[in-house]
Design a protein around this ligand. Sequence first.
Ligand code: CTP
Ligand code: MG
Length: 379
Amino acid sequence: MKNLKVSAIICAAGKGERAGFSKNKLLTPVAGAPALWHTLKKFDIPEIDDVIVTSSACDFEEISSLCKPFGFKTVEGGKTRTQSVKNALNSVTGDIVLIHDGARPFVKKELILSCIDAVKKYDSGICALKLTDTVVSAAFGQITDRLDRECTYRLQTPQGFYTADIKRAYALAGDKTYTDDSAVYCEFISPARIIDGDEENVKLTFKSDFLRDIPAFSVSDGENVGFGVDVHSFCEGDKVVLGGIEIPCGQGLAAHSDGDVIIHALMDALLSSAGLRDIGHYFPVDDAAYAGADSKELLKRVILLLREKSYAPANISITVQAEKPRLSPYIGKMVEVLSGICNLSKEKVAVSAGTSEKLGFVGEGLGICAYAAVTVKKL
Ligand code: CTP
Ligand code: MG
């Protein structure tokens, strides 16, 4: 039998309304990275040849930037999951396609592989779990019927099919809406084959699902430490940028970028914790692209560099030494900015500030110095 090419569609074009966050639940940080990133990582395996991720128009930039390091394609989804899958199917090149909810980041490799095997053996593979509770149907608060528990299942994803079959099914479905892909397959092609799902392969649906203590995400080893320092001298100007916040000051800080010593020290600490080179290597001072650069954008790039090495910040501790400006009114805002970019809760980011008792270059008011210490965990 010729080697069959396998594609995967990951559905991420929803709004996540039931989770009640201010944006798509899949972009919410879980264990150091957006939830969707964990799902994408599970499909970055040699047995899957290409991956297509659906995204709504408003999340497109963020989702494509998550997909890029994996080499996954992002396509625009539709109003319903059914429409999103239909759009994504147009980009599928594999003989077999697995369709998976982006909201199921706990899927294990064994489940993905058994789904592919089921398609080869039985033409389809739908991950399913037997119910343990008694199931009834009810109307107006009264039980009307009982389902036989022995033949009642909950369906999960991934669900796998031959691409030609599922494309034909979706074409025949027209504009009808379904809650999963097996429903489309069963209606137009043939009864789909169920295989054993996994209790841990839960779908993140409500806010409480994001607070679960899921073993797959708990980190037991791989903690690293990083340390970074940066200094900039004062120059003519009227404000400084520190920790991503503009602060009025009788002078500015001389720099090729925006001169944010706090973020620069932090970036060096993060890079060193993951065994990477220093910021000068990634953002050279003689590169015009970084003239006046917003250091927050550079920090976002550093987080991506770490993620490529499977590291995420675990906690951050920063100390600034400055004779001026007075920093205490701005510390809270700095923590907010830094924790947001680093996918951390505010409790995991500390910024403290002090003067240098008129001693040394800081004490003489010649410049500002920042030190950053971080720990990072293995994703
Ligand atoms: N999905 C999609 N396109 C849509 C709707 C949903 O690709 N138009 C995706 C979601 O991003 C999710 C998966 O389908 O990964 C399962 O859907 P669900 O858990 O219902 O997610 P949401 O629709 O985002 O959540 P909610 O229904 O609470 O708004
Ligand atoms: Mg939904």
